[in-house]
Design a protein around this ligand. Structure first.
Ligand SMILES: Nc1ncnc2c1ncn2[C@@H]1O[C@H](COP(=O)(O)OP(=O)(O)O)[C@@H](O)[C@H]1O
Ligand SMILES: [Mg+2]
Length: 359
């Protein structure tokens, strides 16, 4: 696969003070991911899993502790301020809250024109013309370029933020919870817009969100993040509909279904996947597999050894980081949902050490 972005064993640690002690928070603790030109990679996981920190490392807003980020084949300096001269042109961002990222006193037309002036060297008049064209592209009224951000709705402001991100003709846009603050129908419109823009411009997205259903609708591939690591990567449909990792299955079963019977079944599955264990902290990640305290299928090895990526489909490069596929009862690469029924029939407290599920 040709790549525009390649992240290898990325670590981003922060020093925090707790009661006079200096502790290290391993916000990103060994992330590997790749994005091809014009591809959308979804990065999904619960709040606190390290998604934004990964995005901020790509955007060069935080220093890299260890590992590497290569963009366009060139390895980036670990210090955030040392960026290649054209990096700000080539990599852009759309955050969750466009209101805080738009200058309240600058007209939205100037906000959209600004990157084109700065990075493409357009004149004031030409960059304003580009802003008008971009307004048209993202579905805004070109007559409104002279308005201020507060005169727009949340969905419109997100369109302005997208227009601004496109203004410098970037190759990659990091979208961090870009639709999370919008209502469901506006969300769908903005997701469709992002998809159309990718076809039109060839831009690639690192699409970060906590909602697997949202990520699924926009991504080619999905990487699932838990406590600073990617636990599963694969084609979007496969990851979203037939998860290989118990954590992904938990995210999958959290998506509500319109059909009451199907929803009841999903609720039952969710009860089995959920655990009372507190979500662990990056200040003290559990030994072994960091998901083991919450995993209903945890085996002895899960408490002792961190799992390495196991390929589940060589054609797509899909992989999962879970001992169940190498030491446990799931056939390597099979959907982990097979285990849900199996565990239902297993006496309480008995963990996955026995035979494969039957039927
Ligand atoms: N600047 C920082 N200093 C200390 N801890 C941080 C900092 N930024 C993030 N963290 C911690 O790193 C972890 C991951 O955060 P974040 O990347 O924002 O996760 P997500 O975007 O998945 O919700 C959290 O535990 C968070 O508290
Ligand atoms: Mg975040």
């Amino acid at each position: 696969m040709s790549t525009i972005l390649a992240i290898e064993d990325l670590q981003v640690h922060f020093t925090v003070r707790r009661g006079g002690q200096r502790l290290v928070a391993r916000a990103v603790d060994g992330v590997d991911l790749e994005i091809a030109p014009s591809e959308t990679l979804g990065l999904v996981g619960e709040s606190g899993s390290g998604k934004s920190t990964t995005g901020r490392a790509v955007l060069r807003l935080v220093d890299i502790t260890a590992g590497s980020i290569r963009f366009g084949g060139v390895e980036l300096d670990r210090r955030r301020r040392r960026v290649p001269s054209d990096y700000r042109k080539r990599v852009q961002v759309v955050f969750q809250d466009p209101y805080s990222s738009l200058n309240p006193r600058m007209t939205v037309g100037s906000a959209v024109a600004d990157p084109a002036r700065r990075h493409l060297g357009l004149s004031k008049a030409d960059s304003m013309q580009r802003a008008r064209e971009l307004f048209d592209v993202v579905g805004l009224d070109t007559r409104h370029v002279d308005r201020l951000p507060h005169e727009f709705s949340g969905g419109q402001r997100q369109r302005i933020a997208i227009a601004r991100a496109l203004s410098s003709e970037p190759e990659l846009i990091v979208c961090d919870e870009a639709v999370s603050a919008l209502d469901v129908s506006t969300q769908a419109q903005v997701l469709n817009l992002l998809r159309d823009l990718r076809v039109q411009t060839g831009v690639a997205y690192l699409f970060i969100a906590h909602d697997l259903d949202v990520v699924r609708h926009v991504s080619d591939r999905i990487s699932v993040m838990y406590l600073g690591r990617i636990v599963e990567t694969g084609p979007a449909e496969a990851v979203a509909t037939a998860p290989r990792h118990p954590y992904t299955e938990l995210l999958h079963d959290a998506i509500p279904l319109p059909d009451p019977a199907a929803q009841a079944e999903r609720r039952t599955a969710r009860r089995q996947l959920r655990s009372s264990a507190d979500p662990p902290s990056p200040l003290a990640p559990p030994t072994g597999c960091s998901y083991h305290p919450r995993c209903p299928f945890a085996m002895d090895i899960c408490r002792q050894e961190a799992p390495t990526p196991t390929p589940v489909d060589t054609a797509t490069g899909a992989w999962v980081r879970c001992h169940l596929h190498t030491h446990g009862p799931v056939l390597a690469g099979a959907p982990v949902a097979e285990l849900i029924g199996w565990r239902r029939d297993t006496p309480a407290g008995d963990t996955a050490r026995g035979a494969r599920p039957t039927g």
